[in-house]
Design a protein around this ligand. Structure first.
Ligand code: SAH
Length: 252
C-alpha cells in the first residue's frame, strides 16, 4: 500500500494517531487540506518530502498528483482535518484512485466534534438525557436532504453536533426551535477546538446567536446543542455496584 488517507485531528498536532504520525514521517508526497489542517502536523515530514496544499487544487489535480507519485514508486499521505470520514470528501478521491487501479488505506483521526466536547468536558450520552448523537450541518451552498432538515432532526431532542454552520447561526437556532427544542436548551460553540486561539461560548438557543457574533466567531466552529450540556442525569449503570456485567460481578 502506498496511498494513505490520514485524519490529522482537530488542530493540536499531538492529537494525530501514532499510526498517522508515522505515515506522515515516511511519506514522500504529502497533500494536506491547508484551510484546516495545522501546519505543525507537517513538521513531522521527512526532509525533501514534496508538500502540496489541496486548498487551491481541484479533485482532478489531487488525483493527478497522487497518481503521478504512485507511478514513481512514492508513498503518499493525503492529510485531512479531524477524521476523514466526516465531511472529508474522500469517497470521490478513493473512487477516482480505484478507477486508476490505485488502492488506499484510511487512517482515522480525532474529529472536531469529540475535540470540542473534550474542551468543555462534556459527555454526549448521559443516561436518561440522551443516548444518541446526531452529526449534521445546516443547508448552505451544499444541499441537505429534506428528511434531514435541522427542524426534522430537532424532533428527537438528541445531543447534536452541527458542523459547517456557525456563519448561519440564526438559521440554525430558528430551525432547532421550530423543530421542538425549547428556547432555553443549552448550546455551546467551540471555535478552533484545541488550537492556541480556541474560543468557547456557552448559552441557550435564545442567547447563543448574539454571543457568537459578539465573540467574532464566523467559521471553523462546532455548535453543540442539547440537554447533555447542562442537566440532571442518572448515574451510569456501568459503574453502579448493583449492576453486574461481563467484567465485574454484582457487589450487592
Ligand atoms: N473531517 C472534519 C470536519 C471537516 S468539515 C472533522 O472530523 O472534524 C469542517 C467543519 O468541521 C468546520 O466548519 C467546523 O464545523 C468543524 N471543525 C473542524 N475543525 C474544528 C475545530 N478545531 N474546532 C471546531 N470545529 C471544527
Amino acid at each position: 500500500m502506498s496511498v494513505y488517507i490520514i485524519g490529522a485531528g482537530p488542530g493540536d498536532p499531538d492529537l494525530i494517531t501514532v499510526k498517522g504520525a508515522k505515515l506522515i514521517e515516511q511519506a514522500d508526497v504529502i497533500i494536506y487540506a491547508g484551510s484546516l489542517v495545522n501546519q505543525k502536523v507537517l513538521d513531522r515530514a521527512k526532509k525533501g518530502a514534496e508538500i502540496y496544499d489541496s486548498a487551491s487544487m481541484t479533485l482532478d489535480e489531487v488525483v493527478g498528483v497522487i497518481t503521478g507519485a504512485v507511478a514513481r514508486g512514492k508513498t503518499v499521505a493525503r492529510v485531512h482535518t479531524g477524521d476523514p470520514s466526516i465531511y472529508g470528501a474522500i469517497k470521490e478521491q478513493i473512487d477516482a484512485l480505484a478507477d486508476r487501479g490505485i488502492a488506499c488505506e484510511v487512517i482515522p483521526g480525532v474529529s472536531s466534534f469529540v475535540a470540542a466536547a473534550s474542551r468543555i468536558q462534556k459527555e454526549f450520552t448521559l443516561p436518561a438525557v440522551s443516548q444518541t448523537v446526531i452529526l449534521t450541518r445546516v443547508e448552505g451552498r451544499t444541499e441537505v436532504p429534506d428528511k434531514e432538515k435541522l427542524s426534522e432532526l430537532a424532533k428527537h431532542r438528541a445531543s447534536m453536533c452541527i458542523f459547517l454552520s456557525v456563519q448561519m447561526i440564526e438559521k440554525v437556532v430558528a430551525e432547532l426551535v421550530a423543530g421542538g427544542y425549547p428556547p432555553g436548551t443549552p448550546v455551546a460553540v467551540v471555535q478552533k477546538a484545541t488550537w492556541p486561539d480556541e474560543k468557547v461560548v456557552q448559552g441557550t438557543l435564545e442567547t447563543i446567536a448574539g454571543m457568537v457574533k459578539e465573540a467574532g466567531i464566523g467559521k471553523t466552529a462546532m455548535i453543540m446543542v442539547g440537554d447533555f450540556l447542562d442537566s440532571k442525569y442518572e448515574k451510569s449503570k456501568l459503574y453502579d455496584p448493583g449492576f453486574a456485567h461481563e467484567y465485574r460481578g454484582s457487589r450487592n
